[in-house]
Design a protein around this ligand. Structure first.
Ligand code: SF4
Length: 76
């Protein structure tokens, strides 16, 4: 299995990534809402139901389907 992204990874911190979208820093990211998740982000490489999947922003590390970062973009 691929390695999972660490929330403390400097790149994760830089993008405000969290494994649980509900823990996103809403003061820093006021546009965040809890229905924004990696699993419904345009960049998520996994299937919508996958617990973990790839994200091109984090290379070989997998992100949580229920996670979030400030680069979230609505899946078309
Ligand atoms: Fe998750 Fe999208 Fe951020 Fe990647 S870009 S970590 S899939 S919210």
């Amino acid at each position: 299995a691929q390695a999972k992204l660490d929330e403390k990874d400097p790149q994760a911190v830089g993008l405000g990534y969290v494994h649980d979208t509900k823990k996103a820093d809403t003061k820093k990211y006021p546009k965040h809402t809890n229905d924004q998740k990696c699993s419904n982000c345009a960049l998520f490489q996994g299937k919508a139901a996958d617990a973990w999947g790839g994200c091109p922003l984090f290379g070989a590390k997998q992100v949580a389907g229920g996670g979030w970062c400030s680069a979230w973009a609505k899946k078309a």
